[in-house]
Design a protein around this ligand. Structure first.
Ligand code: UDP
Length: 238
């Protein structure tokens, strides 16, 4: 294959990553740029699966805070991730990629159901697979969905794109002297009480000894550089 350090990876993007400077929905320019990054990394030889959150449209907890039943809110949040996944599938295909959305909730008229073996087959055929609807269950997040699917498909690495360029010893927005940590073990994350992803997602990664890299996707070309082995962001490992 290629000169890549990783064969198969899962990239988790938050729904907010699609908003750009807007405060709701999808900015087509931002979506297109992210899709271009994914295509570039795929063309270099990586098998890439994606999970996209839904926070740019709905979050169950936010809807529940406004008085809605939490489970209904989470169903709406999961459907929001299907919308984002369809948008990304379109953007990837416009750029010449082959992509498939697979949903944990059954919405067969618009995308495939998630079936693990079929997902792996898509990846082997060099299709980009977008896992939608998180875990399919309320009270979870798409971080948990990403960790779960990454483990199921045997990904070498889970990539979590954030607005911060890694994990810091304290909140860099509040503390100008905060120091970025290049490598952490799962145990260090727990003992230092660092926030890298939600607890359920983190527990899945730790138990499966799945390495996790947290990085900022803003810089063009960063995804491919990571796949080539550059130590960008923060690596959390067993
Ligand atoms: N969600 C859920 N179960 C899952 C994944 C997601 O119920 O397994 C719902 C939940 O309401 C969540 C919303 O979908 O708030 C959108 O996902 P998330 O908040 O993880 O999106 P992100 O913050 O990454 O944009």
């Amino acid at each position: 294959m290629s000169n890549l350090a990783y064969r198969r990876v899962l990239l988790k993007l938050s729904g907010e990553a699609l908003m750009g400077d807007e405060d709701y929905g999808i900015d087509p320019k931002v979506l297109n740029r992210l899709a271009r990054e994914v295509i570039e990394a795929s063309d270099a030889g990586a098998e890439i699966a994606l999970v996209i959150g839904g926070g740019n449209i709905f979050r169950g907890a936010g809807l529940a805070a406004g008085g809605m039943d939490r489970v209904t809110g989470d169903h709406m949040g999961m459907l929001a991730t299907v919308i984002n996944a369809l948008a990304m599938q379109d953007a990837l295909e416009k750029l010449g990629g082959k992509a498939r959305v697979m949903s944990a909730l059954k919405v067969n008229d618009v995308c495939e159901d998630y079936i693990r073996r079929r997902a792996i087959r898509h990846l082997e055929k060099r299709r980009l697979v977008i896992f939608a609807a998180g875990t399919g269950n309320p009270f979870f997040t798409t971080d948990s969905g990403a960790a779960l699917r990454a483990i199921e498909i045997g990904a070498d690495l889970l990539l979590k794109a954030t607005k911060v360029d890694g994990v810091y010893d304290k909140d860099p927005k509040k503390h100008p002297d905060a120091v970025k940590l290049d490598t952490l073990t799962y145990d260090e994350v727990i003992s230092r009480n660092l926030q890298v992803m939600d607890t359920a997602a983190f527990a899945l990664c730790r138990d499966a000894r799945l390495p996790l890299r947290i990085f900022d996707m803003a810089e063009p070309g960063v995804l491919l550089r990571i796949l080539r082995g550059e130590p960008i962001g923060t690596l959390v490992r067993a």
